[in-house]
Design a protein around this ligand. Structure first.
Ligand SMILES: Cc1ncc(COP(=O)(O)O)c(C=O)c1O
Length: 444
């Protein structure tokens, strides 16, 4: 989103305020051109290796985003059976999908086998069960390399105390199980954390994975996970993708020679592909001057964007309505019933009530972590594609809040608005039938 002729625009000249006029606030907007630019940057950084990029779709699973990324040529990394099903619905071929669950039961893994996707196993107990039940179906092993990496303890997942992966020290046991059950291991995988700045961390991890291949003779791929650091504000250090691609390519080619077979090299970025493509637009409800602070209170909260409160994440905030005004210092806060801070002491062009603010880096782990807390609706989503804004998810409505609730009729006897017979499912349409009645009685 850049300022052109005094107002913010997305790719193809789409004016940000026009999108808000059409679809309202709060609103997530994803610029597809940015996703393509990031995908191309990653793919072009590698040379002479069989690279596969699997999009870690936990970052953002809107089906249109999945289809867009599939059309760029990517495969997909899924962590739940629901993500697998979404990916298949989006058109990914089963063999392009890697299913990497953690702490799920064997039944979910067997369901994924029925869907013919690639299976990644990250604990010994499941490996043993799988080997008994489906020794015919090849699996990948998620290795815990015991590396402390990543920007935040909550997303640092490759260290010795982490619940993820099978310890490198337990690989002899893995091999005994594989041999005893006649399983086939087609890949090794690791993922150490998110927000890794230094390319050397990936290279050190790669060496551990190379060593872990000893004794696995039928490997087809090595998957190095993700964790590429993106920029959240001016001056932020990012992973140097070009340096990483160059160095890993050279080392991977050498390794394949040592191993005696050409393997596929897999990375599975989430944040890198979609973080910077996303913007979250909100309306300023109140500007509140206290004795010490100016608060800008917006029509959203941690229910829609939890990363600042959950990870202390920094999201740049700009005033879309007044892009080039004189700046002042604000605390930008949400409307939730507890401390709900998006940003402290932010220098932003002067904010008036009604102004539209935009949070940057809102593509990854933002809408996906949103909730109905305080019984608020989750926001709509829009994708900028080919110079046009497309609505890709409707804003929720009051019906959505009630949708899966099941009413106990006897609790409703006293209500003079909703009598028990009206609330019975059937001809009156259950709870939503009751809702219709409410609407007729009062204007919502
Ligand atoms: C197994 C695995 N792969 C890939 C990713 C994507 O990481 P990032 O969004 O940092 O690229 C994650 C993130 O949690 C993950 O757990």
């Amino acid at each position: 989103m850049n300022i052109e002729n005094g107002s913010y625009h997305f790719s193809g000249g789409v004016n940000a305020l026009d999108v808000v006029k059409d679809y309202g606030c709060p609103l997530y907007i994803y610029d597809s051109a940015v996703i393509k630019q990031k995908y191309d940057q990653l793919v072009n950084a590698f040379d002479g290796v069989d690279l596969k990029v699997h999009y870690a779709c936990k970052a953002l699973t809107n089906i249109n985003v999945l289809r867009y990324i599939k059309n760029l040529g990517a495969g997909l990394d899924a962590v739940s059976i629901q993500e697998v099903k979404l990916a298949l619905k989006a058109g990914f071929a089963a063999d392009q999908i890697m299913y990497t669950p953690n702490c799920v039961g064997i039944n979910e893994i067997l369901e994924a086998v029925e869907l013919r996707v690639k299976i990644n196993i990250d604990n010994i107990s499941i490996l043993e069960q799988f080997g008994q039940l489906r020794p015919d179906y090849p699996v990948c092993i998620r290795v815990n390399p015991h590396i402390m990496a990543g920007a935040n303890a909550k997303t640092s997942v490759g260290h010795i105390d982490s619940k993820f992966g099978i310890s490198v020290y337990q690989l002899p046991l893995v091999q005994r199980i594989v041999k005893a059950t006649n399983m086939k291991v087609n890949g090794l995988h690791m993922h150490t954390g998110s927000g890794i700045m230094d390319a050397e961390v990936f290279l050190n991890g790669a060496e551990i994975l190379f060593r872990a291949t000893a004794g696995f003779e039928e490997l087809e791929f090595l998957d190095f996970g993700s964790g590429f650091k993106v920029s959240y504000k001016e001056g932020d250090i990012e992973t140097d993708i070009e340096e990483l691609g160059k160095k890993i390519s050279i080392r991977f080619k050498d390794f394949c020679e040592e191993y005696g077979r050409k393997l596929t090299l897999v990375f599975e970025p989430g944040k890198f592909l979609v973080s910077e493509a996303g913007y979250f637009l909100v309306k300023t409800n109140v500007v509140k001057q206290t004795t010490s602070t100016i608060f800008a209170g917006v029509d959203s909260g941690l229910n829609h964007l939890i990363r600042p409160m959950f990870y202390d994440a920094h999201h740049e905030i700009v005033n879309v309505t007044n892009p080039e005004g004189k700046s002042r210092i604000y605390n930008v806060v949400g409307y939730i019933c507890e401390t709900d801070t998006f940003g402290i002491n932010r220098r932003i062009s002067e904010i008036s009530e009604g102004d539209i603010l935009a949070f940057k880096n809102a593509g990854a782990y933002c809408w996906m972590m949103s909730s109905n807390y305080n019984s608020r609706y989750r926001p709509a989503e829009v994708m900028i594609l080919d110079g046009k804004a497309h609505l890709i998810r409707r804003r929720e409505s009051f019906e959505d809040i009630l949708n899966n609730q099941v009413e106990i009729n006897s609790l409703n006897k006293e209500s003079n608005l909703l009598s028990a017979p009206e609330m019975k499912s059937g001809k009156d349409g259950g709870l939503l039938g009751g809702l219709k009645k409410i609407k007729e009685t009062i204007s919502l």
